[in-house]
Design a protein around this ligand. Structure first.
Ligand code: PXG
Length: 464
């Protein structure tokens, strides 16, 4: 990486940031007192801060930089597209070449019957589209009251009013009057935290059958769709027991409801296949996409819609759209990103090289005194921190206290590894090489050791 050429002292940048920039999901006053870490450049799997520290990005930004940082082809395409056609819309009977190319490529990549793409600027916007789309679909089929969408507690589907309502994050529902009406949440398949004395297999079935119970209680004629991430990401990389998804698919087949797979994190190679739906073996009617679609180089999201739904919607006008639907620069960059992922066999690299290599080392983290289970699917993984592995105990301290300590030790050791409550999560760029995986594990182990010592020192090594 080229060395830093930074003319501003970090403290000055931090003060200017604190003065005018409100950060998402952040207690502003705390951050202002501490100062945000200023990231100035990135290359491959590494980001660099304003102090010249090189940090291994175990999160690929926010689960999105699948292709890794610094791919100049994407910059070149953006430059060319901006010069040729920086913007045009697709509202009033017009289209453009990046939208045509990208839609065709996505239809080819997606499972068989998913052939139509409705674009958005983000995953949240795409899920807002999905709410209106599935309700409109049923209304057009003469069933306007079939409008309830079932989702799951601790799901993440975005931060807009619609996305936040679909999501099952209590902290989000407490602010701003969410959820909107006719969204129903069932329990998540998190065996480690909620499985009690059941085996993972029993628990997976039990949690899947909550969908059937909800459909029976609410009435099949009222339920429009079920939405879920194939593997919950922001909720803590919760990998469901093997029994879960087959049972969900059985229920979706048995009842007349639509299945929406939110592929915003799982899509584009993250789980070792192009889509998480393929990894868990489901046949969704709609897939939400964003993040890895452009590897985060441009903001773009969308919904890939099956023929059956698209044909019904095509009969009328769908009164829905965003100024930046199929934005030409974002679409061109996404198309180039996908071309590279395809031509460089990045998904195969995940499946055959990176994920198997990481899995051995990731699983071995359970030898650490503080690590209970370790989960990894493709290149999304999590470890559960616990004071007692034998009974999967939670810490007595508020959830997230220990996770936060661990996250701080990771950051201090130049590794970005996030915490969700007391689970640590990773989602590195898909192009990560074995020696970079070694470095990730080395830094994670050091951070775990330091966090463990700190937890004991602070008197937090206590079961709830
Ligand atoms: N669906 C899923 C499954 C997501 O993970 C969204 C929708 C919303 O996408 P946009 O592009 O509107 O953000 C997401 C986003 C975190 C974190 O801290 C996760 C996301 C976003 C921000 C933070 O884990 N996921």
């Amino acid at each position: 990486m080229t060395k830093l050429d930074n003319h501003y002292p970090t403290q000055e940048l931090q003060a200017r940031d604190a003065a005018h920039h409100m950060h998402p999901f952040t207690t502003q006053s705390q951050l202002a007192a501490k100062g945000a870490r200023v990231i100035v450049r990135a290359e491959g799997c590494f980001i660099e801060d304003s102090e010249g520290e090189t940090i291994l990005d175990g999160m690929a930004g926010l689960w999105c930089v699948n292709i890794g940082y610094g791919r100049s082809e994407l910059a070149d395409v953006a430059n060319q597209q901006m010069r040729q056609l920086p913007y045009y819309n697709t509202f009033f009977q017009t289209t453009h070449i990046p939208a045509i190319d990208l839609s065709e490529r996505l239809a080819n990549l997606a499972p068989d019957n998913l052939n139509q793409v409705f674009y958005a600027g983000s995953g949240s916007e795409a899920n807002d589209t999905n709410i209106r789309l599935v309700r409109t679909y049923w209304a057009m089929k003469g069933k306007p009251t079939k409008n309830i969408i079932i989702s799951r507690k601790n799901a993440y589907h975005g931060s807009t009013v619609g996305g936040g309502s679909l999501g099952g994050m209590t902290g989000m529902h407490e602010q701003g009057g969410l959820p909107i009406p006719n969204i129903h949440h069932i329990n998540q398949p998190d065996w480690w935290s909620e499985g009690g004395d059941m085996s993972p297999e029993e628990f997976g079935l039990a949690r899947a059958r909550e969908l059937e119970q909800a459909i029976e209680t609410l009435g099949e004629d009222r339920v429009a769709a079920f939405i879920a991430e194939p593997i919950q990401g922001a909720g803590g990389v919760i990998v469901p027991p093997e029994t879960y998804w087959p049972e969900i698919q059985r229920i979706c087949d048995a009842y007349d409801i639509l299945l929406i797979a939110d592929e915003v994190i799982c899509g584009f190679g993250r789980t070792g296949n192009w889509f998480g739906s393929q990894t868990v073996g489901i046949r969704p009617h709609i897939m939400t996409i964003a993040k890895g679609l452009s590897s985060g180089y441009q903001p773009i999201g969308g919904s890939i819609i099956c023929d059956e739904v698209a044909q019904v919607i095509a009969e009328g006008e769908f009164n829905h759209g965003y100024t930046y639907n199929a934005h030409p620069v974002a679409a061109a960059v996404a198309n180039e990103n996908l071309r590279i992922l395809q031509e460089e066999n990045v998904v195969q690299h995940v499946r055959d090289v990176a994920a198997p290599y990481l899995k051995k080392k990731w699983d071995a983290l359970t030898d650490h005194p503080m690590v209970g289970e370790a989960k990894l699917v493709g290149l999304m993984g999590s470890i559960a921190l616990t004071p007692n592995k034998a009974n999967r105990a939670k810490f007595k301290a508020d959830a997230g206290t220990v996770g936060y300590i661990c996250r701080e030790r990771c950051f201090a050791n130049n590794l970005v590894m996030r915490h969700v409550g007391d689970r640590m999560v990773i989602s590195p760029p898909l192009i990560i090489k074995p020696q970079e995986i070694d470095l990730l594990i080395e830094r994670a182990t050091r951070a775990l050791d330091e966090a463990h010592a700190e937890v004991i020192k602070q008197g937090l090594w206590e079961e709830a």
